[in-house]
Design a protein around this ligand. Structure first.
Ligand code: NAG
Ligand code: NAG
Ligand code: NAG
Ligand code: NAG
Ligand code: NAG
Length: 353
């Protein structure tokens, strides 16, 4: 009895350390099923867009599934917008929330880029900044590298940067009240992590681990995606993925203290607080962000302002609560948990014999 209980504990804790099980998949014709479309102007980052509601997004083909079965989310690149008005774009938020102990993988072929364009793939708690924000993929204008950040309440810092491959540390205080809310930011040195370089390489995968011992982001360009993540990976072992490009360890930031369950978000805004900041804009573009681009005479400047997403997959730890659905129901990686318990029971039984 004692012996089998020991094995069982070992087995369960080993499984809980790194082995994530798929809990939810956003893919193909059903990709857009479980998201809320913002249906308002960008009142969050003051960009010059109107984030379409579901109907407008579908009618104007700003959000749709293409012939290849991939989700497209884009800025309107067919209309001329008159001065004083906003250009249509997309912001979608997952209806489900994911707890600490989740992993999210996005596989993308193309990300939005170009002067005035500011896209992000990120997560946020409903209470901001107290519940935390994780920016997995973000860039502005004609930048060539992805930047990753956390935004939190005061007290969370990027203290140990030896657990990530990137040495491009822009800032280490994650507090939304520090450094004009620029967050604690790390830049990916890979020129395939953003913009034209990302598209030319066939895109890639961003893997985000939201764990009690830290938050980690891996970026794999198309040709370096590990075999274990190819196809429909129903389980993911993060200990096999190598060192992440960015890592915020719990030593400097108690994840369970600074982060509540997160919703997944895609958005593309134009200009606004960051891309439209004159100094930032002039680093990679010339002219005036709103006047020369958003309401400029040629909407085809936005031909590259789109996401093409093959899939988003969410994972959780076996037996643990991972998903809080909008209806209030809770879901965990139950199947995996049940298998683990069953295997455990069998092992226990064999040892008891
Ligand atoms: C950072 O993490 C590494 C690896 O876990 C560890 O050896 C090192 O002591 C840590 N540094 C600090 C300052 O905590
Ligand atoms: C972060 O640092 C990198 C490398 O120095 C730089 O290229 C990038 O522009 C910086 N990002 C920000 C937001 O300052
Ligand atoms: C893709 O990633 C691999 C492994 O990090 C690297 O050797 C290769 O140069 C990258 N390709 C591009 C286009 O950046
Ligand atoms: C991927 O696997 C999950 C179970 O692991 C399954 O529910 C889902 O339908 C699969 N998706 C595809 C596209 O095959
Ligand atoms: C808009 O952008 C898409 C994607 O790049 C492109 O296929 C299309 O031809 C562009 N122009 C219009 C008018 O939609």
């Amino acid at each position: 009895m004692f012996f089998s209980a020991g094995i069982c504990t070992l087995f369960l804790s080993a499984a809980a350390n790194a082995q994530y099980q798929m809990v939810k998949e956003y893919i193909g014709d059903n990709f857009f099923d479980n998201w809320n479309f913002y249906n308002n102007i960008d009142d969050l980052t003051h960009g010059d867009v109107f984030y379409a509601g579901f109907q407008l997004a579908s009618q104007a083909k700003l959000a749709f599934v293409n012939d290849a079965g991939n989700a497209i989310m884009k800025v309107d690149n067919s209309s001329t917008v008159t001065f004083g008005n906003k250009r249509n774009s997309i912001r979608i938020v997952s209806q489900d929330q994911y707890t600490v102990g989740s992993l999210w993988i996005v596989d993308m072929l193309h990300v939005p880029y170009g002067c005035s364009v500011w896209p992000a793939w990120w997560t946020s708690a409903t209470d901001w900044p107290s519940g935390g924000e994780i920016d997995i993929f973000e860039g502005v204008n004609q930048m060539t590298m992805n930047q990753m950040s956390l935004h939190t309440a005061p007290g969370c810092v990027h203290s140990n940067t030896s657990l990530q491959t990137s040495t491009l540390i822009n800032s280490t205080d994650c507090s939304a009240t520090a450094n004009d809310n620029s967050g604690c930011t790390t830049t990916d040195p890979s020129l395939a992590s953003y913009g034209a370089g990302f598209a030319a390489d066939g895109g890639g995968m961003f893997v985000t681990e939201f764990a009690t011992d830290g938050i980690s982001i891996w970026f794999f360009n198309r040709s370096s995606i590990p075999d274990s993540l190819q196809g429909n990976a129903s389980t993911v072992d993060t200990s096999k993925l190598g060192t992440p490009v960015a890592n915020w360890a719990s030593e400097g930031c108690d994840i369970t203290e600074f982060f509540d369950p997160q919703q997944l978000i895609f958005d593309i805004t134009l200009c606004g607080d960051y891309a439209g900041n004159t100094a930032v804009f002039q680093e990679t573009c010339t002219g005036v962000c709103y006047d020369d681009f958003v309401v400029g005479p040629d909407p085809s400047i936005y031909d590259n302002a789109y996401f093409e997403v093959k899939s988003v997959r969410a994972y959780g730890l076996p037996g643990e609560l991972t998903v809080i659905s909008s209806s209030g129901a809770h879901r965990s990686a139950e199947i995996g948990g049940m298998f683990t318990l069953l295997a455990c029971a069998i092992i226990g039984y064999v040892f008891a014999l």
